[in-house]
Ligand binder design. Structure first.
Ligand code: HEM
Ligand code: HEM
Length: 226
């Protein structure tokens, strides 16, 4: 009788605790900000969701504003931590590089069976672009949000025209971040990207996957070190 092949399930470290903390603090606070921001528009009142039993607080402005401020505090901390942490370590793996657009098209075509995927570094070109897109959207929301919060203080006044444009930008940022999150999560519909999922929960991914798909990173960090 032939023996069943033993699967080599060796794992390697992809993310440290700081990266996991920042990802989940930013993700959870972003969900809460989208949810509470839409409540202020006031979408839940317009579509009468607040009429459902136990959900009247959805259109209570003081509740949604309070959620918005608490979540904003978490997001601001996560972003500041992220910038300081990666700045000190000079770790810029996730920043976009020249040619990322072209490479992303190649990667997406390869997923659909056309052509070969290029060799990848720690992050795929499309991940670096997604990072920049989400990052810019969050920075727009953060800067305009802080100005909107200052406006709410009794002793600070801005001109009406200025606040109008800041609000337009805050709303545009909301639109962009929703698109960014949908695309980000949409990437995990594809089986090719599934091996990255355990990494964002446990910090570890399959060694064989890293060697095959992220060969530039694998060779730099795990082969040359030995
Ligand atoms: C508001 C919600 C979220 C935001 C703003 C966010 C943001 C990001 C960003 C900027 C990256 C790095 C670039 C990239 O891979 O696109 C990333 C990576 C990742 N995220 Fe999210 N994320 C969110 C929610 C989630 C959720 C709900 C999951 C899965 C259940 C998830 C799983 C991952 C994974 C697997 C990676 C890849 C890490 C790697 O390359 O090893 N994210 N996220
Ligand atoms: C993912 C991030 C965020 C999203 C999706 C978001 C979304 C929204 C939306 C849809 C509104 C209601 C429409 C409007 O008044 O413009 C709003 C209002 C507001 N947001 Fe945000 N926001 C985010 C982050 C922030 C941050 C970081 C702050 C900083 C403190 C902030 C502060 C505010 C303030 C002060 C208001 C207006 C409350 C009022 O006076 O009625 N937001 N946000």
């Amino acid at each position: 009788m032939t023996e069943k092949p033993v699967k080599n399930k060796k794992k390697i470290k992809r993310h440290g605790i700081s990266v996991l903390f920042v990802h989940w603090a930013a993700a959870i606070s972003t969900f809460a900000l989208i949810f509470s921001g839409l409540g202020q528009l006031p979408l839940y009142k317009r579509y009468m969701l607040d009429q459902l039993p136990g959900l009247s607080w959805l259109s209570d402005y003081s509740v949604t504003l309070s959620i918005h401020y608490w979540a904003a505090t978490v997001l601001i901390f996560a972003i500041a931590y992220h910038i300081v942490f990666h700045g000190i370590r000079r770790d810029f793996d996730m920043l976009p590089r020249r040619g990322d657009m072209k490479e992303s098209v190649q990667i997406i075509m390869a997923v659909f069976g056309f052509g070969k995927e290029p060799e990848n570094d720690k992050y795929l070109a499309e991940q670096r672009l997604a990072y920049a897109f989400i990052g810019v959207s969050l920075l727009i929301l953060l800067l305009t949000g802080i100005i909107k919060a200052l406006k709410n203080l009794p002793y600070i006044n801005f001109s009406e025209g200025f606040i109008f444009w800041i609000t337009q930008l805050h709303n545009a940022g909301t639109f962009l971040i929703i698109i960014g999150v949908v695309i980000h999560l949409g990437a995990f519909i594809f089986k090719e990207n599934w091996p990255m999922l355990p990494g964002i929960f446990t910090g570890k991914i399959d060694l064989e996957y890293a060697r095959r798909r992220h060969s530039i990173w694998y060779n730099r960090v795990f082969v040359k070190k030995r």
